[in-house]
Design a protein around this ligand. Structure first.
Ligand SMILES: NC(=O)c1ccc[n+]([C@@H]2O[C@H](COP(=O)([O-])OP(=O)(O)OC[C@H]3O[C@@H](n4cnc5c(N)ncnc54)[C@H](O)[C@@H]3O)[C@@H](O)[C@H]2O)c1
Length: 348
């Protein structure tokens, strides 16, 4: 693929609506866009977001499923483009309560896109996921890999991608779907970082054990067909994800057609490797407990990011796992001090 698109990026300042901007990835994207001179307004219902993560001067408490609120925000702020992060994101919960996921992730997105079209806003960057692929046939996973999501969360994201395809044809809504692998790390200077309640992601859980906030870390399966028996994932730094959004916006501004890109470092790390790196960076031992495999966890997920590299010139600034964890540790240890010590047994 040529890099013609990268030569035609339009990076002029825009007014961008960020749905889910009080969440982990959205908040970092807000900070990054502001750094590049964009004006940002957040729409968040705080279902899983936090006011202390808000990095924009302008924010509205509201739900993407409420067309009146969305229309008012689009019009009041003269929004040029939307970045859509707002969603429910727990794979396990999506299996227990699929209705919640289809209602928010699919219907919430559909309502948002309908309102955008009604308001004449026709550029969108969408938070998709590697979960749309399901169990891989081959690695690294490129954009042409078959899509067979194995849980309602992944299926909901695949459905939104399909809606966007049809909205482009029918209504001229141009979109870039960014399929992140495992988002990780924290902003290197601002006081924002990974914050989910409950937390299910490996790095913050491991660092919580290092900080004494949890007694131990569960490892789900050590008998996978990987070198050390634990699952392998591709941990992509949050600021590299934010940069992919900035480039996707510039691509759409330049008149780019709808696209899909996988976002990862192209390197996999096992659960045990991540824990060893967390121990090394924190200087503390992390107690682990071995448990059985969880259903629906593929042994390895590693991205091919060749398409976005060639097409938009994206390059991870944090290709190295230790550097990514270093930023997470910086955030976790500081927020630990700020919030005071809280021993938690229920959240482990
Ligand atoms: N964290 C990851 O590793 C990862 C990987 C792949 C894809 N993603 C996707 O990235 C996006 C952000 O993930 P995150 O980890 O930052 O999650 P998060 O829970 O921290 O952020 C989601 C935000 O959206 C808000 N929200 C949810 N539904 C809403 C609605 N209908 N209207 C308004 N606000 C709503 C929540 O309050 C929250 O602030 C999600 O779409 C997720 O599916 C995340």
């Amino acid at each position: 693929m040529s890099n013609t698109a990268a030569n035609k990026l339009d990076t002029s300042p825009q007014t961008v609506l960020i749905t889910g901007g009080a969440g982990y990835i959205g908040s970092h994207c807000v900070a990054h866009l502001k750094e590049y001179g964009h004006r940002v307004v957040i729409l968040d219902d705080f279902s899983t977001g936090f006011s202390h993560l808000i990095q924009a001067d302008d924010w509205v408490e509201g739900n993407t499923q409420d067309p009146e609120t969305v229309l008012q925000v689009l019009q009041d702020f003269s929004v040029d483009a939307v970045m859509h992060f707002a969603a429910h994101c727990y794979v396990g919960e999506s299996v227990q309560d699929p209705a919640k996921y289809y209602a928010n992730n699919v219907n919430g997105s559909l309502r948002l896109f309908q309102t955008m079209v009604a308001a004449g806003v026709r550029r969108l960057v969408f938070s998709s996921t590697c979960a749309i692929f399901g169990d891989p046939d081959y690695l690294p996973l490129d954009e042409t890999h078959p899509q067979r999501p194995i849980n309602p969360y992944g299926a909901s994201k695949q459905m939104v991608e399909r809606i966007l395809q049809d909205f482009d044809v029918a209504y001229g809504l141009k979109s870039v779907c960014l399929r992140y692998f495992n988002a990780a790390g924290a902003h290197p200077t601002l006081p924002i970082g990974e914050c989910h309640q409950p937390e299910t992601h490996l790095i913050p859980l491991a660092l919580d054990v290092a900080l004494g906030k949890r007694s131990h870390l569960d490892i789900f399966g050590a008998d996978y067909p990987t070198p050390d028996g634990t699952c392998i994932r591709d941990y992509v730094h949050i600021m590299d994800i934010a940069e992919a959004h900035r480039l996707a916006l510039a691509y759409l501004n330049a008149g780019g057609n709808s696209e899909h890109y996988n976002i990862g470092t192209e390197t996999g790390h096992s659960v045990k490797e991540v824990i060893t790196a967390c121990e090394h960076l924190s200087g503390r031992a992390i107690e682990v407990r071995m448990g059985p495999r969880r259903p629906g966890d593929p042994p390895s997920l590693v991205a091919s990011a060749q398409k976005i590299r060639h097409h938009l010139g994206w390059r991870p600034v944090y290709p190295n796992l230790e550097e990514t964890i270093q930023t997470a540790w910086q955030w976790a240890s500081k927020s630990h001090q700020a919030s005071g010590y809280q021993s938690s047994t229920s959240s482990s």
